[in-house]
Ligand binder design. Structure first.
Ligand SMILES: [Zn+2]
Length: 159
């Protein structure tokens, strides 16, 4: 399945986080001119998600997102790209887009605040961002995100 890499503008920060939760490579740019955005997308072979009508009109790589609301933004992207994944996969850091790697609990206790030790002892998988060091595991936060993703998917399926 084709899985494009994305570049999103600063107005789509929340959407960018959700796209990373489903494993997509998504860079978010800030303070760049349209021209710089287009050049970076070209250089890194990324498709562009933007709420800027003029920018969207300048490149076949760009997809205009019309809604300011996350729910509607997801639906717009899903309509334009039916291959949009909708399950949480621990591949990308939602904060910085760094690739995640398996993490062995106990390696760096200073980073493990909040890690559920009991579940870790029973084999809970933990992942670490290879760029910023943030830790990820299956917990209440991911459950909430999974719920959101499956609601969106159910809505799509029922249309
Ligand atoms: Zn990170």
């Amino acid at each position: 399945m084709e899985r494009p890499r994305w570049l999103v503008d600063e107005m789509l920060a929340r959407l960018a986080r959700y796209l990373r939760f489903v494993g997509l490579d998504v860079v978010q740019v800030r303070g760049l001119s349209d021209r710089e955005i287009l050049e970076q997308a070209e250089r890194e072979d990324r498709r562009i998600l933007t709420r800027d009508r003029q920018l969207a009109a300048r490149s076949p790589r760009a997809l205009l997102v019309r809604s300011p609301w996350l729910d509607e933004q997801w639906r717009e992207l899903r309509a334009a790209w039916p291959g949009l994944p909708h399950v949480v996969s621990f591949e990308r850091c939602s904060a910085c887009n760094g690739p995640l790697a398996p993490y062995l609990p106990g390696t760096d206790p200073g980073r493990e605040a909040g890690l559920p030790k009991g579940l870790v002892e029973r084999g809970l998988a933990v992942f670490s961002c290879t760029i910023c060091g943030h830790l990820y595991w299956e917990g209440s936060h991911t459950a909430r995100i999974r719920g959101q993703l499956s609601r969106w998917e159910a809505e799509t399926g029922s249309r």
